[in-house]
Design a protein around this ligand. Structure first.
Ligand SMILES: [Fe+2]
Length: 332
């Protein structure tokens, strides 16, 4: 049995499902429906439009993702969530993310109210904070640390870096993740902090240190990295990881061949260069309509005894209401 790891990114859980904002309308050309949105009572919980508040999640693909994870829980060695678990770091948004990922009172993937609950499935969980998880308010003020408190049972970083070893049938893999969200107190302009992160030298140094330790202690064990922000070339300026070249250079120096990331909400593989960068599409962001993905990574020995890593993409099919295999493409 190979190692099997499920990756999901950017669920954007929130106290208010299906909340859209001005950017959603522009992206999806929904201005034709703006009169529908504006008729809704602005104080009512059913209001799905908030001009400047961050947009949230679509509960339909989220339920389908929970169905998938519930069905294959016993075959999965790890579930990695690549950031933006919540729409903001506000208590009420983080509480929804906590319920979905950590509540283990039910051993099923849904509770009695048919809401997704993954904590009782028995899949080990690895989480990384994204820029939204670190928003102190609806204006993207960075540096919120409440994520660390809420997820302390599974998130115990040192200098922003977490690591673990996954093993199955004599095959082992080290997964190391790093948090490149803006630090608390950083003076960041509104436009810059909305969608960007920056390589922090202390976090990068810890990533370097931790990777070297694993490689020294386990010379035959491959190491993969997981980040929220994509270090790939060609990411739009608004979503960039500032000084991304430092990550790519360090991966080259250390021989880390695979980096998994989220944030862009676009499924993309950059595998013609080194390292290979796998950008996960958002599993349930309301702004990613008809573009929701989850991913399964397998690591196994081939007939020559060499370790092989494969990534399988699954896309949410609205007609089937389930995630189905999606062909590999190099294009987003
Ligand atoms: Fe996101």
């Amino acid at each position: 049995m190979p190692i099997q790891i499920a990756f999901i990114a950017d669920p954007h859980l929130c106290i208010q499902a299906r909340r859209r904002n001005l950017m959603s309308l522009l992206d999806r050309k929904l201005w034709a429906n703006i009169d529908v949105f504006s008729q809704v009572d602005p104080d009512g919980p059913e209001n799905h439009f908030a001009a400047l508040r961050p947009s949230s999640y679509d509960d339909v693909p989220l339920l389908a993702a929970a169905d998938f994870l519930g069905e294959f829980a016993r075959q999965l060695d790890l579930l990695v969530v690549l950031g933006d678990l919540a729409t903001s770091g506000l208590d009420e948004d983080l509480a929804v993310a906590e319920q979905v990922f950590l509540d283990d009172r039910t051993k099923e993937h849904l509770n009695a109210a048919l809401e997704p609950r993954l904590g009782g499935l028995g899949i080990p969980l690895h989480v990384i904070p994204g820029n939204h998880d670190r928003y102190k308010d609806d204006y993207a003020t960075p540096g919120c640390q409440k994520f660390d408190e809420v997820f302390k049972s599974v998130y115990r970083p040192k200098n922003g870096v977490c690591s673990e070893i996954i093993s199955s049938d004599g095959v082992s893999l080290a997964l190391i993740s790093a948090d490149f969200c803006f630090a608390e107190g950083a003076e960041i302009s509104y436009v810059r902090r909305l969608g960007r992160g920056a390589v922090d030298d202390i976090v990068l140094s810890e990533l370097d240190h931790k990777t070297r330790i694993f490689q020294r202690e386990h010379p035959t064990m491959p190491v993969v990295w997981a980040l929220h922000f994509s270090p790939a070339e060609g990411v739009s300026t608004a979503l960039a990881l500032e000084e991304r070249e430092k990550v790519i250079h360090l991966a080259g120096t250390l021989g880390v061949n695979h980096i998994f990331c989220g944030h862009t909400h676009l499924r993309k593989r950059e595998i013609g260069t080194h390292p290979h960068v796998y950008c996960a599409g958002s599993v349930s962001s309301v702004d990613s309509s008809d573009n929701h993905f989850l991913h399964v990574c397998t690591i196994d020995r081939n007939s020559s005894g060499e370790l092989e890593l494969e990534v399988f993409d699954l896309k949410y099919d609205e007609t089937e209401d389930e995630f189905t295999a999606h062909p590999v493409s190099l294009v987003a």
